[in-house]
Write a protein that binds this ligand. Structure first.
Ligand SMILES: O=C(O)[C@H](O)COP(=O)(O)O
Length: 234
Protein backbone atom coordinates (compact mmCIF):
# COMPACT_ATOMS: atom_id res chain seq x y z
CA UNK A 1 0.00 0.00 0.00
CA UNK A 2 1.29 3.46 -0.86
CA UNK A 3 2.48 5.69 1.98
CA UNK A 4 -0.02 8.47 2.76
CA UNK A 5 1.74 11.82 3.05
CA UNK A 6 0.43 14.97 4.64
CA UNK A 7 1.42 18.58 5.09
CA UNK A 8 1.77 20.38 8.38
CA UNK A 9 2.08 24.16 8.37
CA UNK A 10 3.38 25.92 11.48
CA UNK A 11 2.89 29.67 11.64
CA UNK A 12 3.87 32.18 14.31
CA UNK A 13 1.42 35.09 14.66
CA UNK A 14 2.15 38.47 13.04
CA UNK A 15 3.81 41.26 15.02
CA UNK A 16 2.03 41.96 18.33
CA UNK A 17 2.00 45.21 20.27
CA UNK A 18 4.37 43.54 22.75
CA UNK A 19 6.72 42.43 19.94
CA UNK A 20 6.75 46.04 18.75
CA UNK A 21 7.47 47.32 22.27
CA UNK A 22 10.07 44.52 22.66
CA UNK A 23 8.51 43.32 25.92
CA UNK A 24 8.12 39.77 27.26
CA UNK A 25 4.63 38.56 26.49
CA UNK A 26 3.89 34.91 27.26
CA UNK A 27 0.21 34.45 28.23
CA UNK A 28 -0.47 38.22 28.17
CA UNK A 29 -3.04 38.83 25.45
CA UNK A 30 -1.19 41.45 23.36
CA UNK A 31 -3.11 42.38 20.18
CA UNK A 32 -1.67 42.38 16.66
CA UNK A 33 -0.32 45.73 15.46
CA UNK A 34 -1.40 47.09 12.04
CA UNK A 35 1.93 45.77 10.76
CA UNK A 36 1.15 42.38 12.31
CA UNK A 37 -2.19 42.32 10.49
CA UNK A 38 -0.42 43.08 7.19
CA UNK A 39 2.15 40.35 7.95
CA UNK A 40 -0.61 37.81 8.62
CA UNK A 41 -2.31 38.70 5.32
CA UNK A 42 1.02 38.40 3.46
CA UNK A 43 1.64 35.00 5.09
CA UNK A 44 -1.84 33.98 3.97
CA UNK A 45 -1.16 35.11 0.39
CA UNK A 46 2.09 33.11 0.32
CA UNK A 47 0.24 30.06 1.65
CA UNK A 48 -2.57 30.54 -0.88
CA UNK A 49 0.03 30.30 -3.67
CA UNK A 50 1.00 26.80 -2.44
CA UNK A 51 -2.59 25.59 -2.90
CA UNK A 52 -2.47 23.49 0.30
CA UNK A 53 -5.97 22.37 1.34
CA UNK A 54 -6.34 21.91 5.10
CA UNK A 55 -8.93 19.95 7.07
CA UNK A 56 -8.39 21.67 10.45
CA UNK A 57 -6.86 24.77 12.02
CA UNK A 58 -5.31 24.71 15.51
CA UNK A 59 -4.49 27.79 17.51
CA UNK A 60 -4.01 29.07 21.04
CA UNK A 61 -6.37 31.02 23.29
CA UNK A 62 -4.47 34.26 22.65
CA UNK A 63 -5.87 36.82 20.24
CA UNK A 64 -2.65 37.46 18.30
CA UNK A 65 -2.61 33.85 17.13
CA UNK A 66 -6.39 33.57 16.70
CA UNK A 67 -6.59 36.72 14.59
CA UNK A 68 -3.61 35.62 12.50
CA UNK A 69 -5.38 32.29 11.90
CA UNK A 70 -8.57 34.08 10.81
CA UNK A 71 -6.65 36.37 8.42
CA UNK A 72 -4.78 33.42 6.93
CA UNK A 73 -7.99 31.40 6.54
CA UNK A 74 -9.53 34.35 4.68
CA UNK A 75 -6.47 34.70 2.41
CA UNK A 76 -6.46 30.98 1.53
CA UNK A 77 -10.26 31.01 1.09
CA UNK A 78 -10.77 28.28 3.71
CA UNK A 79 -12.74 30.22 6.35
CA UNK A 80 -15.14 27.27 6.70
CA UNK A 81 -12.50 25.05 8.27
CA UNK A 82 -13.07 23.83 11.82
CA UNK A 83 -10.76 25.60 14.25
CA UNK A 84 -9.71 24.41 17.69
CA UNK A 85 -8.33 26.86 20.25
CA UNK A 86 -6.31 25.27 23.00
CA UNK A 87 -4.41 26.66 26.00
CA UNK A 88 -1.87 23.92 25.24
CA UNK A 89 -0.80 25.96 22.20
CA UNK A 90 -0.45 29.19 24.22
CA UNK A 91 2.94 30.89 24.28
CA UNK A 92 5.42 29.71 26.92
CA UNK A 93 4.49 31.63 30.10
CA UNK A 94 7.14 34.26 30.84
CA UNK A 95 6.27 34.53 34.54
CA UNK A 96 7.39 37.71 36.31
CA UNK A 97 9.24 38.88 33.16
CA UNK A 98 5.98 39.68 31.39
CA UNK A 99 5.70 43.33 30.44
CA UNK A 100 9.44 43.99 30.96
CA UNK A 101 11.50 45.31 28.03
CA UNK A 102 13.88 42.62 26.71
CA UNK A 103 16.82 45.02 26.21
CA UNK A 104 16.33 46.56 29.64
CA UNK A 105 16.20 43.08 31.20
CA UNK A 106 19.74 42.47 29.88
CA UNK A 107 20.95 45.59 31.66
CA UNK A 108 19.29 44.48 34.93
CA UNK A 109 19.91 40.72 34.96
CA UNK A 110 22.92 40.38 32.64
CA UNK A 111 23.22 39.07 29.11
CA UNK A 112 23.92 35.46 30.06
CA UNK A 113 20.98 35.10 32.44
CA UNK A 114 18.60 36.61 29.89
CA UNK A 115 19.96 34.34 27.13
CA UNK A 116 19.30 31.36 29.43
CA UNK A 117 15.76 32.48 30.20
CA UNK A 118 14.97 33.15 26.55
CA UNK A 119 16.71 30.29 24.78
CA UNK A 120 17.71 27.70 27.40
CA UNK A 121 15.56 24.55 27.43
CA UNK A 122 15.17 24.05 31.17
CA UNK A 123 15.63 27.61 32.51
CA UNK A 124 12.55 29.03 34.27
CA UNK A 125 11.88 32.74 34.17
CA UNK A 126 11.28 34.25 37.64
CA UNK A 127 7.84 32.94 38.70
CA UNK A 128 4.78 35.05 39.48
CA UNK A 129 3.57 34.87 43.10
CA UNK A 130 0.07 33.93 41.88
CA UNK A 131 -1.29 32.84 38.51
CA UNK A 132 -3.13 35.68 36.74
CA UNK A 133 -6.91 35.08 36.91
CA UNK A 134 -8.45 34.95 33.43
CA UNK A 135 -11.94 33.66 32.75
CA UNK A 136 -10.96 32.06 29.45
CA UNK A 137 -9.20 29.29 31.41
CA UNK A 138 -12.07 28.85 33.89
CA UNK A 139 -13.26 25.51 32.41
CA UNK A 140 -9.93 23.92 33.34
CA UNK A 141 -8.50 23.33 36.82
CA UNK A 142 -6.84 26.49 38.16
CA UNK A 143 -3.57 24.54 38.25
CA UNK A 144 -3.23 24.75 34.46
CA UNK A 145 -2.51 28.49 34.62
CA UNK A 146 1.25 28.66 35.09
CA UNK A 147 3.25 31.15 37.14
CA UNK A 148 6.10 30.88 34.61
CA UNK A 149 7.38 28.10 32.32
CA UNK A 150 10.63 26.80 30.88
CA UNK A 151 10.60 25.67 27.26
CA UNK A 152 10.62 22.09 28.62
CA UNK A 153 7.42 22.84 30.62
CA UNK A 154 5.78 24.30 27.51
CA UNK A 155 6.76 21.23 25.48
CA UNK A 156 5.32 18.94 28.14
CA UNK A 157 1.85 20.53 28.04
CA UNK A 158 1.92 20.91 24.25
CA UNK A 159 2.80 17.34 23.29
CA UNK A 160 -0.52 15.77 24.48
CA UNK A 161 -2.34 18.13 22.11
CA UNK A 162 -0.06 17.06 19.28
CA UNK A 163 -0.53 13.36 20.06
CA UNK A 164 -4.33 13.47 20.55
CA UNK A 165 -5.48 16.14 18.12
CA UNK A 166 -2.96 16.91 15.36
CA UNK A 167 -0.98 13.70 14.74
CA UNK A 168 -3.98 11.37 14.10
CA UNK A 169 -5.27 13.71 11.36
CA UNK A 170 -1.85 13.91 9.71
CA UNK A 171 -1.57 10.12 9.74
CA UNK A 172 -4.84 9.98 7.78
CA UNK A 173 -3.28 12.26 5.14
CA UNK A 174 -5.16 15.40 6.28
CA UNK A 175 -3.19 18.67 6.05
CA UNK A 176 -3.12 20.69 9.28
CA UNK A 177 -2.50 24.38 9.97
CA UNK A 178 -1.11 25.33 13.41
CA UNK A 179 -1.01 29.04 14.23
CA UNK A 180 0.82 29.65 17.49
CA UNK A 181 3.79 31.36 19.11
CA UNK A 182 7.58 31.62 18.96
CA UNK A 183 8.37 29.42 21.93
CA UNK A 184 5.59 26.87 21.60
CA UNK A 185 6.51 26.39 17.94
CA UNK A 186 10.18 26.00 18.93
CA UNK A 187 9.05 23.29 21.38
CA UNK A 188 7.02 21.56 18.66
CA UNK A 189 9.90 21.80 16.16
CA UNK A 190 12.24 20.34 18.79
CA UNK A 191 9.86 17.42 19.29
CA UNK A 192 9.25 16.85 15.55
CA UNK A 193 12.86 17.17 14.45
CA UNK A 194 14.26 15.51 17.57
CA UNK A 195 16.56 18.45 18.28
CA UNK A 196 18.70 18.05 21.41
CA UNK A 197 18.14 20.11 24.58
CA UNK A 198 21.40 21.95 23.84
CA UNK A 199 20.79 22.66 20.17
CA UNK A 200 17.30 24.11 20.55
CA UNK A 201 18.84 27.44 21.61
CA UNK A 202 19.86 28.02 17.95
CA UNK A 203 16.32 27.62 16.57
CA UNK A 204 14.35 30.81 15.88
CA UNK A 205 10.81 31.16 14.56
CA UNK A 206 10.05 34.45 12.82
CA UNK A 207 6.66 36.16 12.88
CA UNK A 208 4.36 35.21 10.00
CA UNK A 209 6.71 32.96 8.00
CA UNK A 210 4.90 29.69 7.24
CA UNK A 211 6.97 26.56 7.89
CA UNK A 212 5.74 23.73 5.68
CA UNK A 213 6.56 20.13 6.60
CA UNK A 214 5.76 17.28 4.28
CA UNK A 215 5.38 14.23 6.50
CA UNK A 216 5.42 10.50 5.88
CA UNK A 217 2.62 8.43 7.38
CA UNK A 218 4.80 7.62 10.40
CA UNK A 219 5.22 11.43 10.78
CA UNK A 220 8.90 11.40 9.90
CA UNK A 221 9.88 14.45 7.86
CA UNK A 222 10.12 14.06 4.07
CA UNK A 223 10.62 17.78 3.39
CA UNK A 224 10.71 21.16 5.12
CA UNK A 225 10.30 24.56 3.52
CA UNK A 226 10.04 28.03 5.05
CA UNK A 227 8.11 30.66 3.06
CA UNK A 228 9.32 34.27 3.25
CA UNK A 229 6.28 36.32 2.29
CA UNK A 230 6.60 39.84 0.89
CA UNK A 231 5.92 42.02 3.89
CA UNK A 232 4.96 45.62 3.69
CA UNK A 233 7.56 48.02 5.23
CA UNK A 234 7.51 48.38 9.03
O1 LIG B 1 6.47 35.76 24.76
C1 LIG B 1 7.26 36.53 24.15
O2 LIG B 1 7.79 37.52 24.67
C2 LIG B 1 7.60 36.25 22.70
O3 LIG B 1 6.53 35.78 22.05
C3 LIG B 1 8.73 35.29 22.52
O4 LIG B 1 9.75 35.59 23.35
P1 LIG B 1 11.28 35.60 22.85
O5 LIG B 1 11.48 36.90 22.09
O6 LIG B 1 12.09 35.51 24.09
O7 LIG B 1 11.43 34.42 21.94
Amino acid sequence: MEDVMSQLVLLRHGQSAANFANTYTGWTDAPLTAHGVAEAKAAGAALAATGIQFTHVHTSMLSRAIKTAYLVQAAIDQTWLPITKSWRLNERHYGALRGINKDESRAVFGKQQVAQWRRGYRAHPPLLQQPVADRRYAPWPQTIVPRGESLADAEQRLVPYWVDTIAPRLRRGENQLVVAHGSTLRALIKYLEQISDDDIDGVEVANAQPIIYTLNQDLTIADKQVLTPNFPGK
